[in-house]
Design a protein around this ligand. Structure first.
Ligand code: AMP
Length: 196
């Protein structure tokens, strides 16, 4: 049996948040979403929230140092000892190096990277829907365009690094929630990662 030290990666609107939560529940590991952590802090008006609000609303990336410290703190907690599901981190090559340093020290490498792909027009359609449903401040046209372009230029290249390690599973993100989730389970099972 292989530990579930997972990363889910995909463009905005690919459904990675929803699938990530489901994976976490099924595999008995915490879902660690940096976007959720930032949004909760903004909502509560904490010092961190005040620091990052303008950056997030504009669709820019929060500095690596700040984001890395949050993730390291979270992964060092007891409930992440047996595994975790990262959603939204790492997002660029610098963050990959930061995460590697942390996980190497613990001798606990990532065991699978789920690449959720959806065509760009579908992803834009889903973000527009979410904007109506959830009213996220960063789901405005300008911010969405910036986030998708950062995804393409900075985030997509990290997949090459993980592909070289042979840990990437490409999953078609188009379909019902159940259909997509089933594809993920099949891919993880093939790696010996089983529900806990
Ligand atoms: P998400 O919900 O993952 O799309 O994240 C929402 C926003 O939070 C992003 O547009 C960034 O401003 C910020 N954010 C989330 N994760 C990261 C990260 N790993 N590095 C830098 N900024 C991040």
């Amino acid at each position: 049996m292989t530990a579930a030290r997972l990363l889910i990666i995909g463009p905005q609107g690919s459904g990675k948040g929803t699938q990530g939560e489901r994976i976490a529940l099924t595999y008995g590991v915490p879902a660690v979403s940096t976007g959720d952590v930032f949004r909760a802090n903004v909502k509560e008006g904490t010092p961190l929230g005040l620091q990052v609000k303008a950056i997030i609303d504009a669709g820019d990336l929060v500095p690596d140092e700040l984001t890395g410290a949050i993730v390291r703190d979270r992964l060092a907690q007891d409930d992440a000892a047996a595994g975790f599901l990262l959603d939204g981190y790492p997002r660029n090559l610098g963050q990959v190096a930061d995460l590697d340093a942390f996980l190497d020290e613990r001798d606990e490498p990532l065991t699978a990277v789920i690449e959720l792909s959806v065509p760009r027009d579908e992803s834009i359609r889903r973000i527009a829907l979410r904007a109506v449903e959830q009213g996220r401040a960063d789901d405005n046209e300008e911010s969405i365009a910036k986030r998708l372009s950062i995804y393409e230029s900075e985030t997509a290249p990290i997949l090459d690094v993980y592909r070289e390690r042979g840990i990437v599973d490409a999953v078609d993100g188009v379909g019902t929630l159940d259909e997509v989730f089933e594809r993920i389970v099949v891919a993880l099972t093939a790696r010996g990662i089983v529900a806990g």
